[in-house]
Design a protein around this ligand. Structure first.
Ligand code: NAP
Length: 296
């Protein structure tokens, strides 16, 4: 049963534009209910130029904190008093905690990714990993892979300069594990041959281009124990379907989405959320997606 709003109910929320398709309010409010935390999570569509006013308003209203999504993940840095080391490495903030007159910035994407893998009993240490893509999501993933002791991370991207910049950042500031290359068939085959975990961080295969796949070589899926796709719309991308057909352990992006949100919830409310609640929330979202005809 949804919890009652009283004069003690606190507020958190999501700032972005567009945000109409975000599923964060669905699982965050369910999380408040399951954890018995008297709080509500609301979507706030913020128009360009209004971010400063919105942040000041939320602070004045004593809001607990908020998530930040496109296009404000970097712009929000201008308003923060302190930024976590993780968010500074990632160059972006997705979670802000308001504490008195101070704003603290975090990035929970990397931790969400790791918790999603750990919830599926996937360990990173000493593994050879191939990461397709070098955008914002890749940055969070590659930083975390290096911090968690991956043996080698090959970053393959359509624009090789971006892959090179990311590998340099990680090698200089985290651990010397990353190599970069173009997202080209011969290079994928070369790096994927002894890879333990294959990760898609590109947006290829996302709705409405659901028949697209970031790689055209099906052979790279053969003998890959774990295949992870950051995309969660649709839940079963072509990338995931090919992985399943090749008997890989295939994991979609829903777990990462839920666990990055759980990490934010833990920061705002200073509680610890057990992994089994993440699994429960994933099931809630799977059902929601199945029921929502106009999800897209
Ligand atoms: P981004 O910063 O815009 O990066 C997009 C990446 O995709 C870049 O590497 C880009 O390559 C590549 N790409 C785009 N179109 C391509 C194409 N046609 N062929 C080859 N490569 C292409 O976006 P992002 O924030 O990293 O997000 C990427 C995906 O991850 C999105 O689908 C997003 O929804 C998903 N995501 C999921 C979660 C989660 O919690 N599950 C969290 C964050 C993001 P170039 O550099 O060459 O342009």
């Amino acid at each position: 049963m949804a919890h009652q709003i009283t004069s003690k109910t606190s507020i958190s929320g999501l700032l972005g534009n567009p945000i109409e398709h975000s599923v964060s309010p669905i699982f965050q409010n369910k999380l408040c209910e399951i954890m018995n935390v008297p709080s509500v999570y609301l979507p706030f569509r913020v128009m360009q130029g209004d971010l400063a006013k919105v942040v000041r308003g939320l602070q004045a209203l004593n809001v607990k904190g908020f998530n930040v999504t496109i296009p404000y993940k970097t712009q929000i840095l201008d308003f923060l008093n302190e930024v976590s080391e993780e968010a500074s490495l990632m160059g972006a903030v997705n979670t802000v905690k308001i504490y008195g007159d101070k704003l603290y910035g975090y990035n929970t994407d990397g931790l969400g990714f790791i918790r999603a893998l750990e919830s599926q009993d996937v360990c990173i240490e000493d593994k050879n990993v191939v990461v397709l893509g070098a955008g914002g999501a890749a940055r969070a993933v590659v930083v975390k892979l290096a911090q968690k002791g991956a043996k080698r991370v090959a970053i393959l991207n359509r624009t090789q300069d971006k892959a090179k910049n990311l590998s340099e950042l990680v090698n200089e500031r985290v651990a010397n594990v990353a190599v970069s290359a173009e997202l080209a068939r011969d290079l994928i085959d070369k790096y994927a041959i002894d890879c333990d975990i294959l990760i898609n961080t590109t947006s290829v295969g996302m709705w409405p281009d659901i028949n697209k796949c970031p790689v055209d070589s099906k052979s790279i899926f053969i003998n890959k124990p774990v295949v992870f796709d950051m995309v969660y719309n649709p839940l079963k991308t072509k990338f995931i379907s090919i992985a399943e057909a090749n008997f890989c352990k295939a994991i979609n992006g829903l777990g990462m989405l839920v666990y990055q949100g759980i990490c934010a919830f833990e920061i705002w409310h200073e509680v610890s959320v057990p992994t089994k609640i993440g699994i429960e929330l994933i099931a809630v979202l799977e059902q929601y997606f199945a029921e929502m005809q106009d999800f897209r």
